[in-house]
Design a protein around this ligand. Structure first.
Ligand code: GLO
Ligand code: MG
Ligand code: MG
Length: 412
């Protein structure tokens, strides 16, 4: 193949993206509660061992591009858009006004705001550090984020307590740290109640997000299950205002089944917000776009969520790879992530309507008929042949994923 000179490369990417087909229209994409984070689009490809590969992108451009793609909602950390030194000042008010204008002009809505409690040096010993000055500052930050959320019309606040943990053991008492962390959340909820009453708006849904590794060596609330226990520990003054924002990859990272983790949140009535992405078990937080690694697992996740009526946001918390250019972030990375999600969502609908899966599932529930339920041999024998349906259902799911149920077959 001939070399492709730099000035022809964007056109090549655009032509091949078009040739991939399968794109949904911006109008179709807007029907879903899909949110695009400021930090995902603005991610410059940097990490501990990586220099940035992309130019910075401000919120005006991110919002405009999301609107063009058909991503209807926007989410942000406080410091993605407001310098740390300007938080709580008049400059914050000016920036928030500019954000509102950009959202209005582009027909987007802000669905979620979140506080950065992991990056700045002030969080070196976590937002629930021993020093009362750090904890007072953490309370200021989460209260301030609640105020920004109400200003921007958000419904959700998310908390990923990234630095709640340590590198070396023994210096802190974990029970104290958890009480101090709860105090910050209590401050956020209490401020929320005041601001919501003043503005005549509902209170926000406050959602905790767990991650098992990074950036601390040991994490105090590493899983969604740990957070469920924390919510009902008695440390929160408003546990009814606090739920979960599980992230698909964060559950996979520690080796669990994300679908089972989501099910545990669902039965507690706490599945309120969902960060969607993909990656690998027992690796670092690679934040690959949804469906690029585990499409079958993703299909199964969406079957669970559809069948239980989940109607919260799907937040595209992934990182366009550092090999993708600024142009590629909006021409390939975001539209393809949204479209894979929509296709998998539609397939999940096909699974729920599939007569074969339906009949097999009903037969499994009906069981093999009357039997002495104190006799293990008899119970096993009466269900033996039915249990083959487990594998048949798994086969059918793969058929639906690959389109084989529509008659496509492979032969040599
Ligand atoms: C990092 C987290 C992070 C959170 C964000 C929202 O691993 O996934 O992106 O989702 O800070 O609070
Ligand atoms: Mg996340
Ligand atoms: Mg992540």
């Amino acid at each position: 193949m001939n070399p492709v000179p730099p000035r022809q490369q964007q056109a090549l990417v655009a032509r091949l993206m078009q040739a991939c087909g399968g794109a949904h229209s911006p109008q179709a994409r807007r029907k879903y509660f899909i949110s695009g984070p400021q930090w995902a689009a603005a991610y410059q490809g940097q990490a501990l061992f990586h220099a940035p590969t992309r130019e910075p992108v401000g919120f005006e451009e991110v919002i405009r591009r999301y609107a063009e793609i058909g991503i209807g909602y926007w989410t942000t950390h406080d410091t993605d858009v407001i310098p740390t030194s300007a938080l709580g000042t008049d400059q914050q008010g000016e920036i928030v006004a500019r954000i509102r204008q950009a959202l209005d002009e582009n027909g987007l809505r802000c669905s979620m705001v979140t506080t950065e409690t992991f990056y700045h040096a002030v969080w070196a010993a976590s937002p629930a550090a021993e020093s009362a000055s750090v904890r007072d500052y953490a309370a200021f930050r989460v209260r301030n984020t609640v105020e920004i959320g109400h200003e921007l019309g958000a419904q959700y606040a998310v908390y990923w307590p990234g630095s709640l943990g340590y590198y070396v053991q023994g210096a802190i008492d974990e029970t104290e740290t958890l009480q101090w962390y709860a105090a910050a959340l209590n401050a956020a909820c209490e401020r929320d109640i005041e601001v919501a009453a003043k503005k005549g708006r509902p209170t926000l849904k406050h959602c905790l997000e767990a991650k098992p590794f990074e950036p601390q060596a040991e994490i105090l609330l590493p899983t969604s299950d740990a957070m469920l226990a924390f919510i009902s520990s008695g440390l929160l003054t408003h546990p009814e205002m606090v739920g979960l924002n599980p992230e698909y990859l964060h559950e996979l990272m520690w080796g669990s089944a994300p679908r089972a983790a989501l099910a545990r949140a669902l039965v507690c009535g706490k599945l309120w917000h969902f960060d969607i992405n993909d990656g690998y078990r027992l690796k670092h937080d690679v934040d690959i776009a949804v469906g690029l690694v585990n499409p079958l697992d993703w299909l199964n996740v969406l079957v669970l969520l559809r069948s239980h009526g989940y109607n919260g946001p799907f937040n595209l918390d992934y990182k366009p790879p550092r090999t993708t250019s600024n142009y590629g972030v909006f021409a390939v990375s975001f539209p393809s992530a949204v479209d894979r999600f929509i296709t998998l969502w539609e397939m999940a609908g096909e699974v729920l309507a599939d007569p074969i899966i339906h009949e097999a599932t009903e037969a499994l529930k009906a069981g093999g008929g009357p039997v002495d339920t104190r006799d293990a041999e008899a119970v096993a024998a009466s269900n033996r042949e039915l249990l083959t349906l487990h594998e048949l259902i798994a086969h059918r799911l793969v058929q639906i994923l690959l389109g084989l149920h529509r008659g496509r077959s492979y032969s040599v």
